[in-house]
Design a protein around this ligand. Structure first.
Ligand SMILES: [Zn+2]
Length: 411
């Protein structure tokens, strides 16, 4: 774990922070282009190895702090607005009128008290402050893998997860639509919680597989993963609308039976169904009937009859109406009860791509991480992304010296 001390706001830091906020308030500008970011990455010696992660999008003020030097520059021309001792600085959405980059040395930057490697970019858009963490791919993955998988699992499963998460990230870098960031830090993309969650074992799995991605037709794949498939994964187009992807076909999985989510039961009352459905649909009356249609063993269509009409929706939309753990997967049978349904199901998650518990089960049976990945992502192969090599992770390379804000050590 990173042991960065949280800086205190001293009088001088407070004064400079107030000054800085005032200065930023008068700056006008526009968002940097993707070309500019690429050029900047090249100048820093890490072309294509950066990832921009949206940490927050908020109307509230955000604090940035560091126990060592903090530098704040305009993103467009790198004009320095502040360069001095660490402390805590508050940023307000309405006052950041030009995108800025905040860098620190020898310790992580804390965003609202949470430590992050790399630099922080701040953008204001439609009255909201966007806080974007710019980190190298492996620094990013070091804050992803322990959030997505247990760090105590078999090393081959950790490596498989690292490569899947790296592939997913590169896919979004290459296919992203937002000019300001590549990925979200929540489970809308993959969960990333910065430097504070890192563990030695997961960092090693990231390092061991550095640069490796799962590729199909020589491009990184959209490497979906989930907790437990419950016996078999599912075609992506049976869960979500959109193009059927060759490498996201359902496969048998005999390896996830150790998962606590392998089989489950839950009750769903008619009142709950009406209550959650009513959050999206107007005029939902008491539920009078409900039917499920399955494809590939999973519910993919749901028809709900109520006193005022009928609602038809996809299985996935139905599942997402409820709190996260209510309907763990769409692989369930429904049994009618007095006040609703008893669901008997298998697995947890959408069921597309790599089954994490299955990956660990395969690893325990001596499968290597590339065998695991090829099992769940059919027709793929491992490929190495050849950006500027990052060298070792201890901040000793020339590339690292050119990147002063990346010097917090990876274990
Ligand atoms: Zn499985």
């Amino acid at each position: 774990m990173i042991k960065g001390r949280r800086p205190r706001l001293n009088g001088r830091a407070a004064a400079s922070a107030a000054l800085l906020v005032a200065v930023l308030g008068f700056i006008a500008g526009c968002a940097p282009s993707r070309e500019f970011l690429l050029k900047r990455s090249t100048e820093l010696g890490e072309d294509k190895n950066y990832v921009r992660v949206l940490l927050l999008e908020t109307t509230e003020r955000v604090s940035l702090s560091s126990s060592s030097r903090i530098k704040i520059s305009a993103l467009a021309d790198r004009k320095v607005h502040h360069d001095g001792k660490g402390g805590k600085i508050y940023f307000y959405p309405e006052k950041v009128r030009q995108p800025v980059i905040v860098e620190s040395w020898n310790s992580p930057l804390f965003v609202n008290g949470v430590p992050y490697r790399g630099a922080i970019e701040l953008h204001s858009r439609m009255g909201r402050l966007l806080v974007v963490n710019v980190v190298t791919m492996d620094e990013y993955l070091s804050g992803v893998v322990p959030c997505e998988i247990s760090s105590g699992w078999n090393v081959e499963a950790l490596r498989a997860q690292a490569v899947a998460a790296r592939s997913y990230a590169y896919y979004h870098i290459m296919n992203g639509t937002d000019p300001l960031y590549d990925l979200n830090a929540t489970n809308r993309s993959q969960v990333y919680r910065g430097a504070g969650v890192e563990t030695e074992r997961t960092n090693r799995a990231v390092r061991d597989t550095s640069g490796q991605v799962v590729a199909h037709n020589n491009r990184p794949i959209l490497a979906f993963f989930h907790s437990t498939c419950g016996g078999g994964t599912v075609d992506n187009d049976k869960v979500w609308s959109g193009q059927a992807l060759e490498y996201l076909r359902g496969v048998r999985c005999e390896y996830c039976s150790a998962s606590p989510h392998y089989s489950w039961e839950d009750k769903l009352t008619l009142y709950e169904i009406r209550h959650h459905l009513g959050k999206k649909y107007v005029g939902v009356g008491p539920i009078t009937g409900i039917s499920f249609k399955k494809d590939g063993g999973r519910v993919n269509h749901v028809t709900i009859e109520h006193k005022n009409g009928i609602v038809r929706l996809s299985g996935n939309d139905f599942r997402l109406f409820f709190p996260e753990k209510k309907i763990k997967s769409l692989s369930f049978d429904a049994i009618k009860t007095q006040d609703g349904l008893l669901l008997k199901g298998r697995g947890w998650g959408h069921g597309v791509g790599l089954c994490q518990w299955g990956a660990n089960g395969m690893a325990e049976r001596k499968a290597s991480y590339d065998q695991i990945l090829r099992h769940y992502y059919r027709g793929t192969r491992l490929m190495v992304i050849t950006g500027k090599p990052r060298g070792d992770s201890a901040g000793k390379t020339a590339g690292d010296r050119r990147r002063p804000f990346h010097d917090a050590r990876l274990k």
